[in-house]
Design a protein around this ligand. Structure first.
Ligand SMILES: Nc1nc2c(c(=O)[nH]1)N[C@H]1C(S)=C(S)[C@@H](COP(=O)(O)O)O[C@H]1N2
Ligand SMILES: [Mo]
Length: 325
């Protein structure tokens, strides 16, 4: 792999692992022009728009809609879902993942499933794609920052993985470890978070059918900036619980440390269920802005308990959700 340094010091890896030759060429000339300083940031964004936000760039992925797990809300346009992202490995600005994640090498890719399981295994993306029937589920995803999207994800319940690996009686939690490769991810050099980005769930949460092992979106494989090739989507929790680009899944005895909890434990709890009654220490969580319908005049929406996914309530019966925020 050839690494070029851009004027602002960000490493731009050139990938040959891109779906179509035409897309590869356009990305290449785009990156060359940035490296040469020939285009300014407005033009840069516009070009990124053409090569990275277009639906149809990623391979198609067939899946059957699961209506009982799908929200009827208007779906967020593909362009918004792929251009306004949190993926700190590619930078902390919302526009950076779309600009820099297109060279993430998503194949070959393996996920190691280990720890307190009778059948540890290493699965590649093709094995994951075949492990259970793919479903389309239209989920709302609510970021802790106060915005939300509605995305048609593709995947299957994480419980399918649990069934396969047979956790031992010691497995009380599941830890998700994601890729942290400085060569491919310019943000991994920064100290905003501890890398690799790590998340976790209690095992009964991981077993809830809503917890989606996600391999695609909008009828295609995942866009890189949305966590290709495999991520979690946990629609009743704040978005940061839904780890992107997972490489390791560990079944463990103790509650795992997680990146956001380590960085600010008073702001980001282990549970982080969407809860309009528990404010973030620095802002209210009572309402949200739906991406794609913003603008000064757009009405904010009321945030719902568990993001509207009341099915999960029994998981937290008897727990003080102010304490276990
Ligand atoms: N590896 C990794 N996963 C991550 C993040 C990240 O920075 N790195 N950001 C999280 C946050 S804060 C949110 S809101 C969601 C955003 O997912 P989306 O870009 O697909 O909407 O991804 C989550 N998963
Ligand atoms: Mo988020």
């Amino acid at each position: 792999m050839l690494i070029k340094r851009s004027p602002n010091g960000i490493e731009l890896p050139f990938s040959s692992e891109i779906t179509s030759r035409a897309v590869y060429e356009s990305r290449r000339s785009f990156i060359k022009q940035i490296a040469a300083g020939a285009i300014g940031s407005a033009a840069l964004l516009e070009m990124a728009n053409r090569v990275a936000f277009a639906q149809g760039v990623n391979p198609k992925l067939a899946a059957r809609l699961n209506p009982s797990y799908s929200a009827l809300d208007k779906q967020t346009p593909y362009k918004d879902a792929t251009s306004y992202n949190n993926y700190y490995e590619f930078g902390t600005d919302k526009s950076e993942p779309a600009m820099y994640a297109n060279t993430l090498k998503t194949r070959p890719w393996t996920v190691s499933i280990e720890g307190e399981v009778k059948k540890p295994m290493i699965l590649d993306i093709d094995a994951l794609l075949k492990l259970a029937p793919l479903e389309e589920r239209v989920y709302r995803l609510r970021c802790v920052e106060g915005w939300s999207m509605v995305i048609p994800w593709i995947g299957y319940s994480f419980s399918e993985i649990i069934k396969k690996v047979e956790p031992t009686g010691n497995a009380k939690y599941v830890e998700f470890v994601t890729l942290a490769d400085k060569k491919q991810m310019p943000g991994v050099g920064s100290r905003v978070l501890q890398w690799p980005y790590t998340e976790g769930l209690r095992i009964d949460e991981a077993n809830h059918p809503l917890a989606l092992l996600t391999l695609g979106m909008y009828g295609e494989t995942l866009a890189n900036q949305n966590g290709a090739p495999v991520r979690m989507v946990l629609p009743w929790k704040y978005g940061f619980k839904s780890a992107k680009s997972i490489v390791k899944i560990r079944f463990v005895k103790e509650q795992p440390r997680t990146s956001w909890n380590l960085s600010a434990p008073n702001e980001y709890g282990f549970y982080s269920n969407v809860n309009p009654e528990v404010d973030h220490p620095r802002w209210s969580q009572a309402s949200e802005r739906r991406i794609g319908e913003d603008g000064f005049l757009a009405r904010k929406r009321k945030t719902l308990m568990f993001n509207g996914y009341a099915d999960v309530a029994p998981l937290y019966a008897g727990m003080d959700l102010k304490k276990f925020f």
